[in-house]
Design a protein around this ligand. Structure first.
Ligand SMILES: [Zn+2]
Length: 477
């Protein structure tokens, strides 16, 4: 009888392609999937009786700011406990590499507390990941604002010059050759707000000149200007020829509720001509730096960290302003640097966007904050519990596809995202009747329930709901 390392017995395999669930065993040898279906020809040194639970590809979190967390907190519990086995880092224009150290930069710099370390090249960053041995795999996007900080002298609140754009293009090209997944922008933040569309098109053309790379964008305006911003993003994709992913698509601010009924048909039309997708997280509140410009779109704002006033973490901005006897704007100024949660979205838009065939799940979680947005710990189980089981908004196999197969295909992740013989053994086992997020806005760091086992590159990272010491994650180039 042939031998192998591990057999998962009696599972309901949801393979990540969108195909319906099927009863099957899965056998693993080394880092790869050896057999799916009847694996009785193999004898394994370890057998896990799955007892009818779902076996899915490990979830790919396509929208993260985990560049530093994988180095600083390599156990990555907030991801492993959700069944996430790969994170795409470097989103919203900010990445740990490539970057020349420089002080006093505006947002998105500073949105990730603990995100100070900079690496001169993607190669240097990938070496640091290798040394840190994180529990999850890491794919890295190159941040446009990070490129700007390296190429531009002085303030970033201006358009880059021709020679500066040429420098950025060269650095981007080198980063892509060293294994970066693509380019991300954060045009809503001061570090890139003044970058004209032409600057992005020039850089997105560099992305398009490489095989299987992606341009992701946190658009210039997700509130009153959301429609014109979608138009700009689609235009950048079309004119550059780059694959486009619209980051955390939303319509922020009461005046803009329902506008996804306009933006999604625009995306549908663009998908007929080019490669366009988006990511979304399952909450009606956003989170980033505390910035005065973002105040008007939110009904309520919760401060989650403040360097000069750490005691204000977890308090509502209005209460702080009242207590201090100052305006909201003055309170914001005194709290700097700070981060916040903005309650600024409509459930109808969220559901419409999540149901769209081109929407992937990405948490946008911000690690390292005092009172993080619960999406950091709860995103994937929340989709499976609330939106699949309770609201029946998505079929299970559809939802899994948005967390795995679709995600791998949009971020050039080879060999992962689907369960097939010969693929890497990144797997999650969960109980579909129980899986749910437990983290909420008052208790954001609670692990989810219903995730039984997580396997990363063939190593068991979680067994019977308890995380192991396995640190089998890689930098994915
Ligand atoms: Zn963003």
């Amino acid at each position: 009888m042939a031998v192998c390392d591990l057999i998962l017995k009696g599972g309901l395999v949801v393979d990540g392609t969108g195909a319906p669930p099927r009863r099957a065993d899965v056998a693993v040898e080394g880092e790869r999937i050896l057999c799916i279906g009847d694996c009785s020809a193999y004898q394994a040194s370890e057998v896990i009786d799955v007892g009818g639970e779902v076996i899915a590809p490990g979830f790919i979190d396509v929208h993260t700011h985990d560049d530093w967390a994988v180095l600083n907190t390599p156990d990555m519990s907030f991801k492993i406990t959700q069944g996430v086995t790969t994170v795409v880092a470097g989103n919203c224009g900010l990445s740990a590499a490539p970057f020349v150290p420089r002080e006093g930069l505006p947002a998105p710099f500073g949105i990730v507390p603990g995100g100070e370390a900079r690496f001169a090249s993607v190669e240097a960053y990938s070496a640091a990941v290798k040394r840190a041995k994180p529990a999850v795999n890491v794919r890295l996007l190159v941040g446009h604002s990070s490129l700007r900080a390296g190429a531009m002298q002085g303030a970033l609140e201006r358009a880059a010059s021709g020679p500066e754009i040429a420098d950025m293009a060269q650095a981007l090209d080198a980063a892509l050759r060293q294994g970066a997944a693509g380019l991300s922008s954060g045009l809503d933040y001061p570090a890139a707000l003044n970058a004209p569309a032409e600057e992005m098109i020039t850089l997105a053309r560099v992305v398009a000149s490489h095989r299987d790379k992606t341009y992701t964008t946190h658009m210039r305006d997700e509130g009153d200007g959301v429609i014109i911003s979608v138009k700009e993003a689609l235009e950048t994709g079309r004119r550059s020829g780059a694959r486009l992913v619209i980051s955390h698509h939303k319509c922020a601010g009461r005046a803009n509720f329902g506008k996804s009924q306009k933006t999604l048909p625009m995306i549908d039309a663009a998908m007929r001509e080019g490669d366009v997708a988006m990511d979304v997280y399952p909450y009606v509140a956003s989170s980033t730096a505390l910035i005065a410009r973002f105040l008007p779109s939110a009904e309520e704002i919760k401060v989650i960290w403040s360097k000069p006033h750490p005691a204000m973490a977890g308090r509502m901005l209005d209460d702080i302003a009242k207590e201090w006897g100052v305006s909201r704007e003055d309170a914001v100024a005194q709290l700097q640097p700070a981060g916040a949660i903005y309650f600024d979205m409509d459930e109808g838009d969220l559901q419409r966007i999540m149901m769209h065939p081109a929407a992937m799940i990405g948490s946008d979680g911000l690690p390292g904050t005092e009172k993080p947005h619960p999406r950091l710990w709860g995103t994937f189980p929340r989709v499976l519990g609330r939106y699949v089981r309770e609201l029946k908004l998505l079929e299970l196999s559809q939802a899994i596809h948005k967390m795995t197969g679709l995600s791998a295909s949009k971020f050039g992740i080879q060999d992962r995202g689907v369960i097939a013989e010969g693929k890497r053994a990144d797997l999650v086992i969960f109980n579909p009747d129980v899986v749910a997020d437990v983290a909420d806005f008052d208790h954001p760091e609670r692990p989810s329930q219903g995730i039984s086992h997580v396997i990363v590159n063939g190593a068991i990272a979680m067994a019977n709901g308890v995380q192991t010491d396995a640190k089998a994650g890689r930098f994915l180039s």
